[in-house]
Design a protein around this ligand. Sequence first.
Ligand SMILES: O=P(O)(O)OC[C@H]1O[C@](O)(CO)[C@@H](O)[C@@H]1O
Ligand SMILES: [Mn+2]
Length: 448
Amino acid sequence: MEVEGMLAPLSLSAKFEGSFAYLTVRDRLPTILTKVIDTIHRNKDNFFKDYGEEGVQAEKRAISFLSKMRNEMQTDKPVLILTDNAEDTETWNKYMQRQQDMMEDGEPVSWFKSPWLYMECYMYRRIREALYLSPPMDTFDVFKEGKTESFFESQRAIISVCTYLQELITNMENMSEVQLQEHFFKLLQVSLWGNKCDLSISAGQDNSQKSNPIDSLPDLQRFILVNDSIKVWSSLIAGKGCGSSGMKRGRVDIVLDNAGFELITDLVLADFLVSAGLAKQIRFHGKSFPWFVSDVTKQDFEWTIMQTMASNHKWMSASGAQWKHFMKDGTWSYHDHAFWTSPHEFCDMPADAADLYAMLQDSDLILFKGDLNYRKLTGDRMWEHTVRFNRALRGFQAAPLCSIRTLKANVQVGLKSGHAEQLGREDADWMTNGKYAVIQFSSPSKEH
Ligand SMILES: O=P(O)(O)OC[C@H]1O[C@](O)(CO)[C@@H](O)[C@@H]1O
Ligand SMILES: [Mn+2]
């Protein structure tokens, strides 16, 4: 899929001392691992209650795997092949070989020498392996507690967005297209800022939403570096317009990121799209195992809808009930695919996950939530900031797509000349502190 003659720049990597990747591998990843070990240990009594002595042995075994990995990471040991014979084990091991073939002077693939994206993904896959090899703990979600807490700590913000949604739906019939567009822009921004609330960048610290998200939007506007909302709107209108002729299906895919408040903002946006007739079908894509601390799994997805329904706030529970209904009648559906928990850049998708690529090709619009998806869209490479988004996608163009992301890693393309330099002067950490954001669109037929 790579455009001929146009090589991609180098991958971000911890081998660049002092870089954000370096600091992440040196400081943040070991902290996350320590928390994982601590969580397993704190749950020892529960494992005993549920599984007896077998549970206690499993706890010890998992902790020993994880401590070993922390040590390997901190001493920059070669990366090990996976041995858990899971559905994706072979893919991961093949990918390691691919990385090995790219190493200079035959040096082994290792934590501080290989691409950051690969190594960070690999850590979460190894956590999975440690649990997988420690039955009956194989289904334990080490990040569940954090995700649940972040949901409950965002209650007030959740109530305000659900109330906003329900009021909107009540008045929708009399709304002009311009008014609908205005509300769409707002909800897209709520979903954008919802991405501030991930737990990976804060190494698991509380990062929930406390204030009313709708009221905060005007103040946050100036932090949106690229805002292609109007193009996203146009692609939705195009999908809608052709619906009756059978050309387009009015299908929107949302590639989810984090559970907690962010997921609620995505569900609210999806509800709005359906209720306003802008989409007929929404397919949500989540992770098939716990990933990057706060990412949504099927369990989180179902739990969130149930909890929303169970709220004693009228508009929150009404929203939850509506979402359950959408799931039941097929208007909404949840999908997971091993590709989302692989280390691949998205330009690899046609070759490495052809079924998923084909599925996405019949979408009218794909919304990619969050920072990690942006890193994978752009390959997590050292692009010049002025390179076009389309170019950085390196042929990944299944359908019109939009990345909705707060900046938490130092890759950013599609900026006007001089903009990055100006930002650098104003705020040295603009690419990694989660204060700035983009709504960046790309369509297969148009150059951007
Ligand atoms: O949940 P998000 O928006 O993908 O953010 C997770 C980000 O946090 C980090 O783990 C911080 O290192 C990044 O690697 C990653 O891109
Ligand atoms: Mn995430």
